[in-house]
Design a protein around this ligand. Structure first.
Ligand code: PAF
Length: 288
């Protein structure tokens, strides 16, 4: 595996491989890699000649300095995992390499970026759009892979790709959430959970899974209250929001009939660790 730290070197690598007719699958990450990231890598591995992964904790997408400071950084272990997964290129830039000048671009991401995470974390999605558009420019991937845990992020990235003219036909591929055996969605933040909170956090997925059944005979409003009450009943878990939205647009749904692909998105504080998760309410379509 080639470890590249310079943007120009990455650009040259991508240009050569494309010119030779090889397809490139790209997985952008912020490191602290776990099985969820590795499932993106193996999905990319199956569909492309080459796989590139970036490991970069992007400061422009953090609106909380403490969150940026405490975000886990485990470069050596990450590179080992990527080597073992058969990755061709790991791109590990410094902040100065990614942003030689401050990025002042404001993306007109529209309604998809103004609800849920967009509302709770102002500027977050603009920062994601900044870094991901830079990475796409450097790598020139054929396909890019994103985990469905960050459900809204995928919709935002699709919007950014459209705004930027498509990056030469780049395909955005979403990959299902990878879960621990007890149902907790895998996340780099899970390592920060105290043992007590780690034991309680699987209730988030249990509540979401139970809500799919509950929704068959209850309205959107009742289902929302059911999830929030069930999670908040566990001491130490506090729901920041639970919102049922239309999958493709991420816009709130008030009646089941308003969406063919409703998705319930939740953010929960488990102690001081902010966790996110979601569930699809697809089959059978709720009747309320
Ligand atoms: O999902 C993430 O880890 C980040 O938001 C991403 C896409 C790597 C951009 O920094």
């Amino acid at each position: 595996m080639k470890v590249i730290r310079k943007a120009d070197e990455l650009r040259a690598w991508g240009a050569n491989e494309r010119a030779a007719g090889r397809t490139i699958g790209f997985v952008p990450t912020m490191g602290a890699l776990h099985e969820g990231h590795l499932s993106l890598v193996s999905t990319a591995r199956r569909a492309n000649d080459l796989v590139a992964v970036s490991v970069f904790v992007n400061p422009t997408q953090f609106n909380n300095p403490d969150d940026l400071r405490t975000y886990p950084r485990t470069e050596e272990a990450d590179l080992e995992k990527l080597r073992a997964a058969g990755v061709d290129v790991a791109f590990v830039p410094t902040v100065e390499e990614m942003y030689p000048e401050p990025d002042t671009r404001q993306f007109d991401l529209g309604p998809v970026a103004s609800v849920m995470e967009g509302k709770m974390r102002p500027g977050h999605f603009n920062g994601v759009a900044q870094v991901v558009s830079r990475l796409f420019d450097m790598v020139g991937p054929t396909r890019a892979y994103f985990g469905e845990k960050d459900f809204q992020q995928i919709a935002v990235i699709r919007k950014m790709v459209e705004l930027e003219g498509g990056f030469n036909g780049l395909e955005i591929v979403d990959v299902p959430i990878k879960r621990e055996a007890d149902g907790l969605a895998m996340s780099s933040r899970n390592v920060r959970l105290t043992p007590e909170m780690r034991a309680k956090a699987p209730e988030i997925h249990r509540a979401l899974a139970a809500a799919v059944d509950y929704a068959r005979n209850h309205s959107v409003e009742q289902t929302t209250a059911y999830v929030v009450d069930r999670i908040n009943a566990i001491e130490g878990l506090e729901t920041e929001y639970f919102q049922i939205v239309d999958g493709p647009t991420c816009l709130p749904v008030n009646e089941w009939s308003e969406s063919r692909q409703p998705v319930g998105c939740v953010t929960v504080y488990a102690g001081d660790v902010r966790l996110i998760d979601n569930i699809k309410f697809t089959t059978p379509t709720p009747q309320c």
